[in-house]
Design a protein around this ligand. Structure first.
Ligand code: ATP
Ligand code: MG
Length: 651
């Protein structure tokens, strides 16, 4: 990174060619500045409302427990907006989903077919007695029925709770209990790296002990794996939903009717059941998907690689894109199944033009080597997106050059499960981008970077790292934590109660040009001898070294310096672990950031603990660095990574 800084541009202005046809223009920000609520009213008109709202926003802050009402009195049906509307407008034959199964099978669903499937599921859910407000748990791999189920719930006003299919039976049980789900939808099994793995068995195990709320388990056949059957509780999709009528009329629901509960990834603590509602959520997901991804319905082929078990899958596979009449790729499996070419084969096969993924995957692609994507024709790609954590400049540049052909703009999108939709991002065709920066709040969104007392940090002062707050309500904002108002208030609102601001829990900095840099979670900002250093910065420096593939940095309690920096590092295949390399890495960080950021210890490890959404669980590494027992590991991909990490870090 040190050497490249002198030769690589610091900022990438939008290409004229792109700007000429971009959905976004400077008038968007002007409109939002002129009248923020009128701006959101315009965005809400992207949707079909069965009944018009009477007031854009009703916000009483603390007096209504920080629960906003958007588009008050309006009535709509979310599924109607995502499916029926397009068929009625004459696009029934347009492909909605190009589905690609892991073993190589594929399926295509047009909007007309999607409507028929969603209607069948809705009719069956009604037949078994589910009514608006009931909860449905969805524990499924990335197959079309998962999306159909979500939309069928939305259509009936049922509240879905998608539980990532990689989670354990106990994580599923926790979530089923918390939301008191009446129905669980699952599959017999799921494909993982070329092999079928059981899934329904985990549901059986989850429901084996004690009283629970589940009346039915609806099972889609996917892997033909053997399943144990509980009579009167378990039903096959192909015996029930498949035979139901494909005619169903969508009823309107209140703008504030709950749409789903989704548990956060649990990077910082016990997962929280985040509640989202209908009108505001759909308005903002639709708006952001249209402008941030520059999506052109009927022309683009869009691919968001997230799983529906994560908020990105909700907002940018299901609700935002489908409300905008997307044609999208949905892929069931892992990126190296059957080999590391899989994503690029898919891009070529469908002519993907918009590709949205997470930095962790970009770094994995880097580790595999550029010769892999370079063996493919990726010229269809015209825009790239990133989400989930700060993307280090090294990975950003690689992504743009190797995947984006040195021209596709990158939208680095900052948002959270809680925000429901993208809050910060460059607007392609409008904003000049800087590698590693989310750039700034989108038109209609208001954010500040402040200190402990709520005083805004000084623009451009590099020492002025602060806390990111959202000082105005936004349409897709969460409407609480399921069943826990106190936790909702204490997590997000108590910190800046006086000002009435939402505390995002992330650190940020604003540079001289006014660009926002997200520094990672506040819990991940270390305090070394009174200096506030972000884990992201040190990680970025480490990954900038040619031997390092991935790095995770934590602050461990230190008697003399308050905290000391401990790094866990994965080397590239070509590098060998030895003391010389470790000292070189320490020196490299000192050169890159300054001696104050020198790690006190560097552990070379084979793997890092990650959540299913691909994020490093630093709190667990901190537990290791400080010699504590591990906290809640229920959302971890592979708890066994700790054995190897403990072994290595004990040396
Ligand atoms: P939990 O809240 O349970 O600890 P989590 O915060 O990881 O889990 P998510 O809602 O999935 O759960 O992630 C949101 C967080 O991800 C943000 O607060 C931020 O820390 C990080 N993040 C997401 N996108 C970006 C981005 N583009 N740049 C920097 N950080 C990002
Ligand atoms: Mg969070």
């Amino acid at each position: 990174m040190t050497s490249s800084l002198e030769t690589e541009p610091v900022s990438y202005p939008p290409a004229e060619e792109f700007a000429a046809t971009a959905n976004a223009g400077s008038e968007l920000q002007e409109a939002a500045d002129a009248d923020r609520l009128a701006f959101w009213a315009t965005q809400a008109n992207r949707l079909h409302w069965h009944e018009q709202w009477t007031e854009v926003l009703d916000w009483k802050g603390a007096d209504s427990d920080y629960i906003a009402k958007w588009f008050v009195g309006g009535k709509l049906n979310v599924a109607y907006n995502c499916v029926d509307r397009h068929v009625i407008d004459g696009y029934g034959d347009q492909v909605a989903i190009h589905w690609e199964g892991e073993p190589g099978d594929s399926r295509e669903l047009t909007y007309a077919q999607l409507l028929a499937e969603v209607s069948r599921a809705a009719n069956y859910f009604t037949e078994i007695g589910l009514t608006a407000g009931d909860r449905v748990a969805i524990y499924m791999p990335m197959i079309p029925e998962a999306i159909v189920t979500m939309l069928a719930c939305a259509r009936l006003g049922l509240i879905h709770s998608v539980v990532f299919a990689g989670f354990s039976s106990s994580a599923l049980r926790q979530r089923v209990d918390d939301a008191e789900a009446r129905l669980v939808v699952t599959t017999d099994g799921q494909w993982r790296r070329g092999k079928p793995a059981p899934l329904k068995a985990a549901v059986d195990e989850a429901l084996a002990k004690g009283e629970h709320s589940v009346e039915h388990v609806l099972v889609v056949r996917r892997t033909e794996s053997e399943v144990v059957w509980t009579e009167n509780r378990d039903v096959w999709w192909h015996d029930t939903v498949a035979n139901a009528s494909d005619q169903h009329e969508a009823q309107p629901f209140d703008s504030e009717h709950p749409l789903f509960v989704l548990y956060t990834s649990g990077t910082t603590g016990k997962p929280k059941g985040i509640v989202h509602t209908s009108g505001g959520y759909l308005t903002q997901t639709s708006y952001t998907h249209h402008y941030v991804f520059d999506h052109k319905p009927g022309k683009d082929v869009y691919w968001c690689t997230a799983d529906i078990g994560w908020v990105t899958g909700h907002s940018y596979i299901v609700y935002g894109p489908l409300s905008n009449r997307v044609t999208q790729v949905v892929y069931e499996g892992t990126p190296n199944s059957p080999d590391e070419h899989r994503h690029w084969n898919i891009v070529e096969k469908y002519g993907v033009s918009i590709y949205y993924t997470a930095p962790t995957l970009v770094r994995t692609f880097m580790k595999w080597g550029r010769q892999i994507p370079q063996a493919h024709d990726l010229s269809s790609i015209r825009l790239l997106g990133s989400v989930g954590e700060p993307i280090n400049p090294e990975a950003w540049r690689w992504y743009r050059e190797v995947i984006g052909g040195n021209k596709a703009p990158i939208v680095d999108t900052w948002w959270q499960t809680e925000t429901g939709a993208i809050m910060m991002s460059p607007l392609p065709g409008v904003t000049s981008t800087k590698p590693g920066a989310a750039m700034g709040p989108l038109p209609g969104i208001s954010a500040k970077v402040v200190d402990e007392n709520g005083v805004e940090v000084v623009l451009g002062e590099t020492e002025a790292n602060g806390y990111l707050v959202l000082d105005e309500p936004w349409p897709a904002m969460l409407r609480g934590i399921w069943g826990d108002t106190e936790r909702y208030k204490s997590t997000y609102w108590d910190r800046y109660a006086e000002q009435g601001w939402y505390f995002a829990g992330d650190g940020a900095r604003i540079d001289v040009d006014g660009a926002y840099w997200i520094l990672g979670r506040v819990d991940d900002v270390m305090n070394v001898s009174g200096h506030r250093i972000s884990t992201a910065e040190v990680e970025s420096a480490l990954v900038g070294h040619h031997s390092v593939a991935e790095a995770a940095v934590v602050g461990a309690t230190d008697a003399t310096t308050g905290q000391s920096i401990v790094a866990f590092v994965i080397l590239k295949a070509s590098s060998e672990a030895n003391d010389e390399l470790t000292s070189e890495l320490v020196a490299h960080v000192a050169r890159d950031i300054g001696p104050i950021a020198k790690p006190k210890a560097i552990h070379i490890v084979p793997e890092l603990p990650k959540t299913r959404s691909g994020k490093i669980m630093r709190r667990l590494l901190r537990d290791i660095a400080e010699g504590r027992d591990l906290g809640d590991t229920s959302t971890l991909v592979d708890p066994s990574v700790f054995e190897s990490i403990r072994e290595k870090s004990a040396n």
